[in-house]
Design a protein around this ligand. Structure first.
Ligand code: HEC
Length: 436
């Protein structure tokens, strides 16, 4: 930059000295967009960031957590997939927050600060067609490990339907980290519930039974959206709905009674949502191994369109990467999660559904850290850990939600390793029954 230009820029600065970032001019809009959806009264963030006073009080932590990229929570590496509702700050924004804090977290002219955003009260998509509420309060103890609790709610659905949107409303947003909504038409979840003394039953990986379908997932700050026109989730009459909620203790005993709103498809459905899993069951991680690599792959037998990807590991998870390799060799990134954060599991919804031709190979790589350096290692000293759905076992799994134009295309697919693709198979048999 020429000296002349520098001099000119300087002249633009206030007479009092170099321009310092202020809340009103530089910071409020970043917080409003990227933090306030969770950091406001009644939401999951442990404090509010809706005013200058609150932001100033937290300025050093704001600078620290954004620099570390632990806030806003989002584990997908930029440039590997483009997702709806991605929670990411640019390097420039992180720089602004840091400079603001270092310069004393100045207010600027608060009269000109952008106001806190308005959020829709109540159901985001209007009154649902069906509301299901947990039958009783779940007690979350003050301390201890996070838990996945599965609450079984009979739907009472009298005829088969397709679902276009789902909204999850936490009863107590402070303790609910994320939720998945499964369907069960085999009464298996009811049996698990009956065998567990608490409300619902505990699990760690999957819901502990083979779901007959899924209505989707929810994480804090997420916005509820309709599936594309013509795409629906199959909801079989008489199914039970199983809410799998990830609860996080807050230091105080808490209660939660969450509910879901179900919206039936408004337009005729020509494509059902199904699931494909790419998974490696052969997991045996030696104690102390900080970089345990597993791979898995699955070749698509038919043309499919991918809607979302949900990586899944447990407490030793470190990193997971999935990609599609098209028959012509083109590589398309699906998702890369690094570092894996067990507490912020996410269903990553692709901004543009990805069409993949038959013969495309889905490849999965995962890394686990079973060393003493991993702060979430459940064992101290580390122990050998093997495959399983328990909290001290591990998994290496990525679930993709897919659609096809021809329901029968989803039938009879076999995983590369000869194992039947369990989730897919179940959804397909339902889809087939529907057609008959
Ligand atoms: C998706 C919801 C969500 C968003 C968006 C979010 N936070 Fe948080 N934040 C939380 C939750 C929940 C916690 C409590 C700790 C946890 O559960 O990880 C938290 C904790 C914090 C903490 C306390 C330190 C810590 O790590 O526990 C700070 C500081 C913070 N957030 C700052 C921010 C800032 C700054 C932004 C925006 C740039 C932001 N958060 C965006 C949900 C969110």
């Amino acid at each position: 930059m020429s000296l002349l230009l520098l001099a000119f820029l300087d002249a633009e600065r206030p007479v009092s000295g170099p321009a310092v970032p202020t809340y009103a001019r530089n910071v409020a809009h970043i917080l409003n967009r990227s933090c306030v959806p969770c950091h406001r009264p009644g939401e999951s963030g442990p404090f509010s960031l809706t005013s200058y006073q609150e932001a100033k009080k937290w300025s050093s932590m704001i600078a620290l957590t954004t620099k570390k990229r632990s806030m806003p929570p989002w584990s997908a590496v930029a440039g590997h997939g483009d997702f709806v509702g991605a929670r990411v700050l640019t390097a420039a924004e992180i720089g602004v927050l840091d400079a603001w804090h270092k310069a004393g977290a100045k207010p600027g002219n608060l009269a000109t600060a952008p106001p806190s955003p308005k959020f829709t009260q109540g159901w985001q998509l209007g009154e649902p067609d069906m509301v299901l509420t947990m039958p009783e309060d779940v007690d979350i103890p003050a301390e201890g490990q996070d838990q996945l609790r599965n609450i079984v709610i009979p739907s009472g659905l009298l005829e088969d339907k397709t679902v276009g949107a789902l909204e999850f409303r936490p009863g107590n947003a402070k303790v609910v980290h994320h939720a998945l909504v499964f369907l069960d038409n085999s009464q298996a979840a009811r049996k698990l519930d009956a065998a567990d003394p608490g409300v619902g039953y505990l699990s760690f990986g999957g819901p502990g039974f083979m779901p007959s379908g899924s209505l989707g997932g929810w994480a804090p700050g997420g916005t509820t959206k309709w599936l594309p026109d013509g795409v629906g989730r199959y909801f079989q009459k008489g199914s039970d709905v199983v809410l799998q909620v990830h609860y996080h203790p807050t230091g105080k005993p808490e209660k939660d009674q969450s509910k879901i709103g179900i919206y039936f498809s408004r337009k005729p459905v020509t494509q059902l949502v199904g699931g494909i899993s790419v998974e490696n069951w052969q997991i045996d991680i030696p104690a102390g191994d900080a970089d345990y690599l597993r791979t898995a792959s699955y070749t698509l037998p038919k043309d499919l369109t991918v809607l979302s990807v949900t990586p899944h590991m447990h407490l030793l998870g470190k990193e997971m990467r999935a990609r599609a390799i098209l028959p012509d060799g083109t590589r398309r990134p699906l998702v890369w999660v690094k570092p894996w954060n067990f507490r912020w599991q996410e269903t990553y919804v692709l901004r543009e559904p990805m069409k993949l031709p038959a013969g495309t190979r889905l490849e999965l790589e995962s890394w686990h850290d079973n060393s003493a350096k991993n702060p979430t290692n459940p064992f101290n000293p580390p122990q050998r850990v093997t495959y399983g759905e328990g909290s001290n076992d591990e998994m290496s799994l990525c679930i993709l939600e897919v659609t096809t134009n021809r329901i029968e295309d989803l039938l009879y697919t076999i995983n590369d390793n000869g194992q039947q693709n369990r989730v897919l198979e179940r959804i397909l048999s339902l889809a087939k029954r529907k057609k008959e």
